[in-house]
Design a protein around this ligand. Structure first.
Ligand code: 26W
Length: 821
């Protein structure tokens, strides 16, 4: 059911907006002002659908999902909203009739990304919201309205420089402030207990500081179904603007402190990915948005339900990693302190309302909080966690007959720390991993003690991506070709792409498909020319690795392979080589020194190679600045090769691997995360797999038998490349710049193993797999066939499939039916 579009009304909205908000006529409006006008006109259309969806919610009071996430990496909204409303063509006509000279895509480019996330976890949350609305599931995304999202990356002299991301500078046309749903969140103070006349103990927090949580709702549209959910992002305000007029010293100081707390609380997204830092402000952020969400969910529940014991039938909280795990304790607190339930009932309700998704097995990513910090900040919540732990340890001892050393290992509170993953598991009815292999590792390794006692809680939900953004919006030419060939079912049922399989043999289709890839490569080449001032050969293999910079993702292995190729060409400049453009995009956490050094290395190698006349016709290296959702939409459709080369067992799932596959790039990858499932879908002939398996990696860690020197001493080419890291080949004037990387590959340092990510071990197999890629590319017809098969087999990786599985197996929520228009 596409939304009705009134052309004349839309035109008038645009004209009025430019007049009222910019005091201009249309011909004088800047592209930014045009964007604002088109965005507001679009918002006007979707608002009716939003209100209507809300009416159905209120009338039916369905079981509702609250997806709790510190991160939502949404990107831009305008283009996606026009697509989901089904009004792109109409809006284009309007722009033409209004004589607006710039393209709709250039207007879209005016919108800043909503970059409220770091990487995979945040983008997954955004894809999930799109699928939830498309499938008409009652759900809210709940997070924080950071004033600054993920930093903007500039590359200066090869180094990463971070700049603040002031994404709200021009206002946000999509958000609606909801003062009527504000919640108070309390920090610090002291907990007092007292006994009432019936002998029941009550707890009260006094002398706390409070913050007002104010929600801003952003509309999340389903695909052509008139269904609109909300992404609810909480902003912080000081509770009493006027409290400053109090004279007494204590009140004055407290007022100032509360103002400062509110100001700093939502200031910025922590830019760490897969690396935990125990910062007090981060814990405050977590409690702030979790407490506000849980309070408002219970308030909403109580409006249409009399019995608090029905909460699990009406509400489910999905915790996106451990970042919101404090929800477990907060819900128990509210049920006991505010709803006057006893412990057992409160615990039962909570453990039937909360569910937890794990997104990483990286030990350094696991959140633990020092007891002292936690207690000072959240005294009542701490008491509750202590009690959960006390009872859990008794259960381990008395019900499960666990030995004391295992009880010690499994305790939620232990050695001065609170382990948030364990809190999440004990407080949830479901624990899931995000790809089959990842879930197996959780069950058999990282969380095996918990799996032993709660086998039924554990389940797998392989990640997915939304085809609306990652094909429909980002690759419109391919989207059209597919629709012309097999119809448009794939927009809401990605498995329909299977129907493309026979077209992998059809030369007319192959030609059209490869022409589109070429056009997408030209679009990216133009972007690279504008941003990097590098001219790339669109006939070369576009070999792309875009993702957060992390040692386990092994961008360094990619660079070492490029240097090996470079040496081969230098040694034999008249040989036959398949031209290749290596494209990187990656942000490093600002405090992750080694990751930043790898960025400098990539840029230095680019500099060396792109300026060497012997090799520059065969290899070009490009580092695209500021990798983000909106440039991913240009980069991914242009790729021929998708680099998914993490150390096996380390990448929980990966999701860019799915986006590349959908857009017809061939994966070169390890048997890690969802690569394994991609491999199962496309088969041996349509993917390039190499390297250690998870089992092999885990057993090498256990035996401690890996010694990178063996490779250094026996493989001449690898030996040469490693020496080049430190002999001035890369930067003549600073030969010692990359010593740290060299050392990390060969020598143990303290607790750090030598080459902990097996880069040298996998480098030769990787190099060989890359040679196969080059050879395969020479047969263009067959290459295109493989690319088409990748697209055709990508149906499993729609987030629609993932969300249906969550809804049916975990959440037990049902699609809402809107009245027919
Ligand atoms: C506390 C610091 C911190 C910050 C972010 C720790 C951990 C994280 C995330 C869980 C890291 C993350 O984004 N993990 C990625 O999640 C994706 C979605 O499930 C997976 O596809 C990726 O493989 C996984 O690395």
């Amino acid at each position: 059911m596409a939304t009705k579009f009134n052309k004349e009304k839309f035109k008038k909205e645009i004209l009025d907006h430019v007049r009222n908000f910019s005091r201009k006529t249309l011909s004088d409006a800047t592209p930014q002002e045009l964007y604002q006008a088109v965005a507001f006109a679009t918002r006007d259309i979707l608002t009716d659908d939003w209100i209507e969806t809300q009416h159905v919610y209120n009338a039916e009071a369905p079981k509702t999902l609250y997806y709790l996430s510190m991160e939502f990496l949404v990107g831009r909204a305008l283009g996606n909203n026009l697509l989901n409303l089904g009004i792109i063509d109409q809006v284009q006509e309007v722009l033409k009739e209004l004589n607006i000279k710039i393209d709709l895509s250039l207007i879209e480019d005016q919108e800043p990304d909503a970059g409220l996330g770091n990487g995979g976890l945040g983008r997954l949350a955004a894809c999930f919201l799109d699928s939830l609305s498309t499938l008409s599931y009652p759900a809210y995304g709940c997070g924080i309205r950071y004033n600054y999202g993920i930093f903007k990356q500039e590359i200066k002299d090869g180094y990463q420089i971070e700049h603040p991301d002031d994404w709200l500078a021009n206002g946000n046309p999509w958000e609606v402030k909801r003062n009527d749903n504000a919640q108070e969140v309390k920090f610090g103070g002291t907990v007092y207990s007292y006994c009432d006349e019936n002998g029941n103990v009550h707890y009260e927090q006094k002398d706390f500081q409070s913050v007002l949580a104010i929600p801003y709702d952003m509309p999340i549209l389903g695909y052509k179904n008139g269904f609109v959910n909300g992404l609810r992002l909480w902003d912080a305000e000081a509770p009493e603007k006027f409290v400053l007029r109090f004279f007494d010293q204590g009140a004055y100081e407290k007022a100032v402190q509360q103002q400062t707390l509110a100001k700093t609380l939502v200031e910025v997204l922590y830019p760490n990915d897969n690396h935990y830092q125990g910062k007090a402000l981060r814990l405050k952020q977590q409690y702030f948005f979790v407490s506000a969400t849980v309070q408002s969910a219970i308030a909403k529940f109580k409006k249409s339900n009399a019995n608090i014991y029905d909460l699990p039938q009406k509400v489910v909280f999905q915790m996106n990693d451990t970042h919101p795990a404090i929800a477990v304790a907060e819900l128990i607190r509210i049920l006991i302190d505010e709803e006057n339930l006893g412990w057992d009932d409160a615990f039962y309700i909570t453990t039937h309302t909360c569910a937890y998704t794990n997104h990483t097995i990286m030990i350094e990513a696991l959140e633990t909080w020092p007891i002292e910090l936690f207690k000072t900040l959240l005294p009542r919540v701490y008491q509750i966690i202590e009690e959960i732990n006390r009872r859990f340890c008794i259960e381990l001892r008395e019900v499960h007959h666990m030995p004391e050393n295992i009880i010690h290992d499994m305790a939620i509170v232990c050695d001065g720390q609170i382990k948030m993953a364990y809190l999440a598991i004990v407080g949830s009815f479901s624990v899931n991993g995000v790809a089959a292999i990842h879930t197996e590792i959780l069950k058999n390794d990282l969380l095996k003690n918990f799996y032993n006692i709660y086998p039924d809680k554990f389940n797998n939900k392989t990640n997915g991506i939304t085809q609306r953004r990652w094909l429909g919006h980002s690759n419109p030419e391919l989207a059209n070709l597919i629709t012309e060939t097999i119809g448009d079912d794939w927009y809401t049922d990605l498995t329909a792409l299977k129907k493309l399989t026979p077209y992998a043999q059809d030369s007319a289709f192959i030609d059209a498909y490869s022409k589109i890839k070429h056009n997408n490569k030209l679009r990216l080449a133009k972007y690279i020319k504008e941003n990097n001032n590098i001219i790339v050969n669109p006939d070369s293999i576009f070999d792309v690795q875009v993702k957060r910079l992390h040692e386990y993702k092994r961008q360094l292995m990619n660079v070492l392979n490029i240097l090996m190729l470079y040496n081969e060409i230098k040694a034999n400049p008249n040989g036959n080589y398949v031209p290749r453009t290596f494209i990187f995009g990656a942000k490093a956490a600002p405090g992750y020194r080694r990751a930043k050094l790898i960025i400098k290395l990539i840029n230095s190698v680019a500099n060396l190679i792109n300026n060497d006349p012997d090799v520059k016709d065969y290899i070009t290296v490009v580092f695209i600045e500021n990798y983000c959702v909106s440039n991913a939409e240009i980069i991914i459709p242009a790729a021929n090769v998708s680099e998914q080369i993490s150390t096996a067992s380390k990448e929980a799932s990966g999701t860019s691997n799915m986006k590349f596959m959908l857009n017809g790039a061939l994966t070169i990858g390890t048997l890690d995360g969802a690569n394994i499932e991609i491999y199962e879908e496309v088969g041996d002939d349509n993917i390039f797999i190499f390297g250690l398996t998870c089992e092999e990696v885990l057993s090498l860690y256990k035996s401690g038998s890996y010694n990178p020197w063996d490779i250094y001493n026996h493989d001449e080419d690898i030996n040469k490349v490693l020496k080049q890291l430190i002999n001035g080949t890369i930067i003549h004037s600073a030969s010692d710049l990359f010593i740290e990387l060299y050392e990390s590959l060969l020598n143990r340092a303290g607790d750090n193993l030598a080459d902990p990510y097996f880069i040298l071990k996998d480098l030769r197999p990787y190099h060989e797999a890359q040679a196969k890629v080059a050879k395969a590319y020479l047969d263009q017809k067959n290459w295109n066939k493989m690319a088409i098969i990748n697209t055709a087999c990508s149906g499993k990786f729609s987030s629609d499939r993932t969300i249906k599985q969550y809804a049916e197996d975990i959440w037990h929520i049902k699609p809402l039916i809107l009245p027919k228009k």
